[in-house]
Design a protein around this ligand. Structure first.
Ligand code: B12
Ligand code: SF4
Length: 431
């Protein structure tokens, strides 16, 4: 069986390779490879024009027409990734039995419309199957918008394997780590997850709809995976876990194993870690393993909001955790806290005060731009307003008037300036 698998472009106002890989799709494709399925893989986002010292960088891009529903945003809309002509040239001419397309952010769906149109023209009569985050969160809209044959949501993987006539064992599937070398000729970093799912339920997060039950992969397998890639000279490893520190016994054993490997490698956590699970022992291990600028979720210092959003953290947890990080050797500016920007009704003056407080405690502040995600508690309140998934885009701040958007840009600049005092520390880390 010959499968063509494609990771689509991103169409957005902004996009950056912030260690972005279609992780779940690569797990699925690695599983299919193990079943001896032949796969031609095209990642439309493989080309970058810059690269920083941790493997991140800017994608090639081109300005395209801004869709009507977001035309009021005074920014260029772009296609990030290879050109459609390059894509067409890379499409295999051999007979293909099925085409798999993945999807990520819901508001990137217009890229999939264009991709599907090209694939239909090039491979008339060949089934196109769509899966991934957008497919799962906006299934009905996707069925209307995308010219594909079947949409498989995250809870219908069994149906997908039945459709293509391949045995599926969920337990085996969840143990798979991607075999990157089968799909990429060059790697700047490696993304991994030690677990699937998340044991928490926050009101702004769609994990319940997306995830399987929380389950971990054995520390030995993760250590072996890291060792294999470190020996191939990969320096940067990126955890996508939803709750990396949740199981403290597990994570302690994993981190100790990584330290024992003795490789000079770095770890990154763009997806936040939980402050509440940090102990002195784990903070020490984060340092010893080589975690660079670990990011932690805080969202706000307002206790009432902390409770409403999932009660994952309190200000007391924060103070204790910062103490652990500093004892472990993380200096001021060598760890980051996420604050949420742009949730409905937010007081931006308070946000600035929170940022100043955190900066004064030695943290860099990362602003996570709020967006309402389908199938979440918060989304239910606003769904009449969010008539098109393009409006889920975190850059839009669509709960506020258009005039207010410049205030958000001003807050972002304010926080950038606060973080500048730590720039020297980072110049040092980058070496
Ligand atoms: C890691 C992560 C990130 C990383 C990397 C993101 C990326 N693009 O890869 C970082 C930290 C950069 C990030 C940033 C953001 N993220 Co994020 N992120 C995640 C997270 C936690 C995990 C993604 C992951 O590992 N998936 C891998 C695995 C678990 O699954 P999968 O890819 O879905 O694949 C499975 C299936 O879908 C299936 N499959 C996949 N493709 C196909 C194809 C076919 C044909 C078939 C049959 C099956 C199939 O196979 C896999 C196995 O089951 C998800 C939540 C989650 N647990 O999914 C949120 C999530 C995707 N992010 C979300 C959000 C809101 C954001 C931000 C806007 C946050 C912010 N305010 O800054 C930014 C946006 C950044 C951007 N513009 O890219 C939202 C989605 C928003 C949306 N509207 O779509 C999610 C769902 C979390 C949430 N809040 O609910 N994120
Ligand atoms: S926001 Fe994070 S902790 Fe909360 S449910 Fe989602 S993945 Fe889990």
């Amino acid at each position: 069986m010959n499968i063509l698998a494609i990771n689509p472009w991103i169409y957005d106002f902004a996009a950056y390779d912030f260690w972005l890989k279609p992780y779940g799709f690569l797990v699925l494709l690695s599983y299919l490879k193990k079943k001896n399925i032949h796969i031609d893989y095209i990642d439309c986002l493989e080309q970058k024009i810059t690269k920083d010292s941790f493997g991140r960088g800017r994608y090639v891009h081109e300005i395209i027409k801004t869709p009507e529903v977001v035309a009021h945003i005074p920014r260029y809309f772009k296609r990030y990734g290879i050109s459609p002509e390059q894509l067409e040239k890379s499409l295999p001419e051999k007979p293909i039995d099925a085409i798999l397309v993945t999807s990520s952010m819901t508001y990137w769906y217009p890229a999939i419309i264009d991709l599907a149109a090209i694939l239909r023209r090039h491979y008339p009569g060949i089934p196109i199957y769509l899966g991934g985050t957008y497919a799962t969160l906006c299934t009905e809209q996707a069925a209307r918008a995308i010219d594909c044959d079947i949409i498989f949501t995250n809870d219908s993987l069994g149906d997908f394997f039945r459709t293509i006539g391949i045995d599926f064992d969920e337990e085996d599937f969840l143990k798979i780590l991607p075999d990157y070398e089968l799909f990429y000729s060059h790697l700047d970093y490696v993304v991994l997850r030690t677990s699937w799912g998340c044991p928490h339920r926050c009101s702004f997060c769609a994990i319940e709809k997306l995830g399987v039950q929380y389950v971990t992969i054995s520390p030995e397998e993760i250590i072996d995976f890291i060792d294999t890639y470190a020996r191939k000279n990969i320096k940067d490893f990126v955890f996508y876990d939803d709750a990396l520190l949740y199981d403290q016994e597990y994570i302690t054993s994993l981190f100790k194993g990584i330290v024992r490997l003795g490789h000079k490698i770095r770890f990154h956590t763009p997806n936040a870690l939980h402050l509440r699970y940090l102990t002195q022992g784990i903070a020490d291990l984060l340092k010893q393993c080589g975690f660079i600028n670990p990011h932690f979720g805080l969202e706000t210092l307002d206790r009432d909001l902390q409770k409403t959003w999932g009660d994952k953290v309190t200000t007391e947890d924060l103070i204790r955790a910062i103490g652990f990080l500093k004892n472990a050797g993380f200096k001021d500016g060598q760890f980051s806290l996420y604050l949420l920007l742009g949730y409905p009704g937010q007081d931006l003056t308070q946000l600035k005060k929170d940022a100043v407080t955190l900066s004064g405690m030695g943290a860099k502040v990362s602003l996570a731009e709020f967006s309402a995600v389908p199938h979440t508690e918060i989304y239910a309140h606003f769904k009449e307003k969010l008539t098109d998934p393009l409006l889920h885009n975190n850059s839009l701040f669509c709960f506020f008037s258009e005039k207010k958007i410049t205030e958000f840009w001003e807050v972002k600049e304010y926080v950038r300036n606060l973080n500048r005092k730590y720039a020297a520390t980072h110049a040092f880390i980058n070496k």
